[in-house]
Design a protein around this ligand. Structure first.
Ligand code: URA
Length: 199
C-alpha cells in the first residue's frame, strides 16, 4: 500500500475524516469474516500526532480482549525495548494491518488485508507520521511490497514521497530467537535517531 495515497484513503471523505469517525467505522466494520469472532476491533494506541507509526500484523488473543494492539507477550517486549531506548510516549503510535483477530493467530489473508488497509491509510493520514516501521514480514509485504525478504531488508530505510519506512523484525520473532534482539535494538535506535531530526 502507498501510505500517502489519498485516492485509496478509505470510504470516508478524506477531507472530513476524524478519529471519531474512523474509530466508529472500524468498530462497526463487517467487511470481512474476521468481524464474526471478534471481542473488540483494535484501532491502535499511542500519540495520534506521532512522528513514528509502528505497524504490526493483527491482534492476538490479548489484543482482541483488551481492544488495544501489542498488549500480550510480544507487545510487552516491544514496550520494554522502546522504554529502554527512551522513546518518549508522544513519539509513536502503534497499529496493525488488520483490526480484528484472525482465528488461531494465523496471518491475515490478502483479501482480509486489502479490505482493512483503507483504515490504516486513514490512520496514517490523520497521524501524518514522518517514519513508518513495519514490524515483521506481513506488515512489510503489505506496506512495502511482496518481493522482499525481511531478513534481507530489515534495518534499511526506504523513502517514499517524503516518508521514511523501515522494516524490522516482529517482536514475536524475538521471543523465539534471542539472536534477533541486538538487530532489532539497532533498528529501533536508528528509528529513534531519525525521529529526533523532526522534533
Ligand atoms: N502481534 C501483532 O502483530 N499485533 C498485535 O497487536 C499483537 C501481536
Amino acid at each position: 500500500m502507498d501510505p500517502n495515497d489519498a485516492d485509496n484513503a478509505g470510504n470516508a471523505g478524506v477531507e472530513s475524516d476524524s478519529w471519531h469517525i474512523l474509530t466508529g467505522d472500524i468498530n462497526g466494520c463487517r467487511l470481512c469474516g474476521l468481524c464474526e469472532a471478534r471481542t473488540n476491533a483494535v484501532v491502535g494506541r499511542g500519540c495520534q500526532s506521532a512522528n513514528v507509526l509502528f505497524i504490526g500484523e493483527g491482534p492476538g488473543e490479548d489484543e482482541d480482549l483488551q481492544g488495544l494492539p501489542f498488549v500480550g507477550r510480544a507487545g510487552k517486549l516491544l514496550d520494554f525495548a522502546l522504554g529502554g531506548l527512551m522513546y518518549p510516549e508522544d513519539l509513536y503510535y502503534i497499529a496493525n494491518i488488520v483490526k480484528c483477530r484472525p482465528p488461531k493467530n494465523r496471518a491475515p489473508t490478502d483479501d482480509e488485508a486489502a479490505l482493512c488497509l483503507p483504515y490504516l491509510r486513514r490512520q496514517t493520514r490523520l497521524i501524518s507520521p514522518k517514519i513508518i516501521v513495519c514490524l515483521g514480514a506481513v506488515a512489510m509485504r503489505h506496506i512495502i511490497g511482496r518481493e522482499h525478504k525481511i531478513t534481507q531488508i530489515r534495518g534499511e530505510w526506504i523513502e517514499r514521497k517524503g516518508l521514511y519506512i523501515m522494516p524490522t523484525f516482529h517482536p514475536a520473532a524475538l521471543l523465539r530467537d534471542d539472536n534477533k534482539k541486538p538487530l532489532m535494538w539497532r533498528d529501533l535506535k536508528a528509528v529513534r535517531r531519525k525521529a529526533e531530526e523532526y522534533r
